[in-house]
Design a protein around this ligand. Structure first.
Ligand SMILES: [Zn+2]
Length: 322
């Protein structure tokens, strides 16, 4: 499905198989000399089919097209490895590139999970499949790294890069400050609350970073958000307030859980409320991993505010009320 969200800017709904998000948005900005595509989809046939149908319909030539990838998650990134041409620039950010480039990231993620009570046998198997699929391609594309304030000109638009760490360490938005719209990636979504997880030891306090990144967007004059999933929406201020109150709710929930029993992040996550209509033990391993990461991100944030403290027991980190 192609929707012209603004003159010359098209939203393509790229289907995601077996994924609760259902689809990811790829945006095509037609330029005079070169086009820009924001995010791409996974390296799967149905994603490639949807995107190529849009390229054909809009007359987009890969030889004249560059890519901007908002963050490292496969649903936004992976397909670019297959479709970028030899002359395509692929814009990306450094913190996320470092994670992808470092084959030790996977072991770091497993260590971090084990330290926080996660049973890692199944996780190791699943991450290995994921790592193999990403590392197949990682050397095929040379990224052009962007940082805060860098600009990309396409057609009549000038896009400014905004670093918005939180959802991933390198999450980056593109801001058109003369027309007041923002490609938000997964930093701000309308019907879904962006997942904020601590999955690697190197991520110190992602929730703190995320809340600061929300404030950064709230301070701008943005009328229209073009998000990574679902439809474009207006009034980001209202949405930012809702997302912040969701995290306050989570903090309260975790404090109430720890008030009953101290526990590791995995135990804490198992006692939190989740949208899946399944018992905790029946959650798919990735869902349980992200849920544990989300609990851990909140625990670290509460710890940084001296509401929660930690101790070590049997090689695991236990959190307790201060
Ligand atoms: Zn994401």
């Amino acid at each position: 499905m192609i929707e012209e969200v603004l003159p010359g800017i098209f939203r393509v709904e790229v289907p995601l198989f077996n994924n609760p998000l259902q689809s990811v948005n790829s945006y095509i900005i037609k330029g005079r000399d070169r086009n820009l595509v924001v995010d791409t989809g996974m390296d799967r046939e149905e994603c490639a089919k949807a995107l190529f149908a849009a390229f054909t319909e809009l007359g987009i030539d890969m030889g004249e097209t560059d890519f901007f990838i908002t963050h490292l998650h496969v649903d936004h990134l992976e397909l670019v490895f297959k479709i970028a041409s030899g002359t395509s620039r692929v814009y990306f950010n450094n913190p996320d590139r470092e994670i992808l480039d470092d084959e030790g990231s996977w072991e770091e993620a497993i260590r971090c999970a084990a330290q926080n009570g996660f049973p890692t046998i199944e996780l190791r198997k699943t991450l290995k499949i994921y790592a193999n699929s990403i590392f197949k391609f990682i050397n095929d594309v040379k990224f052009t790294i962007l940082k805060e304030g860098d600009k990309i000109n396409t057609g009549n638009h000038e896009f400014k890069c905004l670093e918005t760490p939180g959802h991933t360490p390198g999450s980056m938005c593109l801001y058109e400050d003369r027309e007041n719209f923002l490609f938000s990636g997964d930093h701000i979504l309308q019907e879904v609350t962006p997942n904020i997880s601590l999955l690697l030891e190197r991520e110190l306090n992602p929730l703190q970073s995320y809340l600061e990144s929300l404030d950064k967007i709230a301070a701008l004059n943005v009328d229209l958000i073009l998000p990574g999933h679902r439809k474009a929406f207006r009034n980001p201020q209202q949405r930012i307030k809702e997302i912040k109150s969701h995290h306050r709710f989570r903090e309260e929930e975790i404090l109430a859980i720890l008030n009953e029993n101290a526990g590791d992040a995995y135990q804490t996550a198992s006692r939190m409320g989740w949208d899946l209509p399944l018992a905790w033990q029946e959650f798919p391993v990735f869902q349980r991993w992200f849920a544990t990461g989300e609990a851990l991100a909140h625990l670290k944030y509460l710890e940084s505010r001296n509401l929660v403290s930690r101790y070590e027991k049997g090689g695991k980190t236990i959190f307790t009320l201060t």
